[in-house]
Design a binder for this molecule. Structure first.
Ligand code: C5P
Length: 399
């Protein structure tokens, strides 16, 4: 429950994306938030107040005049609603709402409450691409950013990987991730974090290969947690079917050497490098370009293995290396092995766990091994662990 105890005002303005905010209201509550909906007249053309009341289980506010929908405190909802909220999320936010907010206009309940707020404001634009690209809209959006308003999306454009913008509202799941991220402490704000995750795949022939059971979940959780903490995150991922965490620049690779190349191209710019990938120790030197045929009386193919480069040790050896964090999955002597690995790779921090527990699991117990000793992070889900690791790294690298 990532929003346990949070009180959110969800402001809806007039756009078809209102139907997606019905779903968002549900998901916010699934994470523990209490949601109060405020709807403009235009929003009610798309979804009714009854719908939102049923979905949130609370009165819906549509009017600044009088005590409609159940009075809030002193019956001044434009003041009271934001006093009781941890944040106001306006979704969908029309070009018109953004323009009004940029100017500080207050001519209905939602805009008045936004001007009167003393809590953070998050805005999820939803509009046609031409409206989004319109010079006035862009000017207004800049104004909002300068005023400290957090923009959520719109879909596309803002990703470092380079899609181009269209003005479509983020999907409910994406908005949820952004809202959860908003409440996480920004302990890595502005830091560049490079992460490897997942297994690698070393081909034997075009259809076969050597790989391992790494799911990528821990590395992906760390990428998400680092993004939530305000970092600029690049995730170099081996073959996995996991969805990319929001806001993270993901580069897919297959082999250890591809992973090595992508990491080395970026390591000098990073302040933190977290090697979570289960990199294959060896690759097949005599991989076949054609599928190897199974023949009845022929012996099995003899695979000639050669070592892969050690990505973590290579980054740690760079002059001005980023703060390097390794992972160690061991079946036995977990701590002793992690200490040895820390020394062998020349890295300040190794995070150890039991291989039997770690691979593919959704939660695990972790041991942080550094020059000062061992810190154990009690068993928890991988995202919770990732957030703790991010906090531990931030504490170690300092401001
Ligand atoms: O050497 P070993 O595989 O036991 O070390 C594990 C740690 O080293 C992990 O952090 C892993 O991501 C990293 N590693 C690497 N490149 C390799 C092998 C391991 O970056 N070729």
């Amino acid at each position: 429950m990532d929003l346990q105890g949070k009180r959110l005002v969800v402001g809806m303005t007039g756009g078809i994306a209102c139907y997606k905010v019905c779903e968002l209201a549900r998901r916010l509550q699934d994470e523990g938030a209490a949601v109060t909906a405020v709807m403009t007249a235009a929003a009610q053309q798309f979804v009714t107040a009854i719908t939102m009341q049923a979905l949130t289980g609370r009165p819906v506010y549509t009017d600044q005049w009088g005590a409609q929908g159940g009075a809030v405190g002193n019956a001044m909802p434009h003041i009271e609603l934001s006093r009781q909220a941890d944040a106001i999320v306006v979704a969908p936010a029309t070009a018109h709402f953004i323009a009004k907010t940029a100017l500080g206009l207050a001519d209905d309940l939602l805009s008045t409450l936004v001007v009167a707020r003393n809590c953070p404001l998050l805005v999820a634009p939803a509009m046609n691409v031409e409206m989004w690209n319109n010079a006035a809209t862009q000017r207004n959006v800049e104004r909002l950013r300068a005023d400290g308003v957090q923009l959520l999306g719109p879909a596309s454009g803002e990703q470092a990987c380079g899609e181009v913008g269209a003005g479509r509202m983020l999907e409910p799941q994406e908005l949820l991730e952004e809202i959860v991220a908003f409440f996480q402490p920004k302990v890595l704000r502005g830091r560049r974090v490079l992460i490897t995750a997942g297994p690698t795949f070393e081909p034997i022939d075009p259809v076969r290969g050597i790989t391992n059971l790494s799911s990528g979940k821990m590395g992906f959780a760390l990428a998400r947690a680092a993004y939530e903490a305000g970092a600029e995150v690049t995730l170099i991922a081996g073959p996995t079917s996991l969805a990319s965490p929001r806001g993270v620049c993901r580069i897919d690779v297959r082999t250890a050497r591809e992973m090595f190349d992508e990491v080395m191209a970026r390591a000098a710019r990073a302040q933190v490098f977290i090697a979570v990938a289960a990199v294959a120790d060896w690759r097949v030197a005599n991989a076949s370009a054609a599928k190897i045929k199974k023949r009845k009386d022929a012996p099995p193919p003899a695979l000639e293995l050669v070592p892969n480069p050690d990505i973590l040790a290579s980054v740690a050896a760079l002059p001005g290396a980023p703060y390097c964090v390794g992972f160690a999955a061991e079946t036995d002597d977990v701590i002793a092995n992690a200490q040895a690995k820390r020394a062998a790779k020349g890295v300040p921090l190794v995070i150890a766990n039991r291989a039997q527990d770690a691979f593919g699991a959704d939660d695990n117990e972790l041991h942080l091994v550094d020059a000062h000793g061992v810190t154990t992070l009690a068993r928890a889900g991988k995202l919770a662990q990732a957030r703790r690791i991010v906090a531990e790294i931030a504490r170690r690298i300092g401001p």
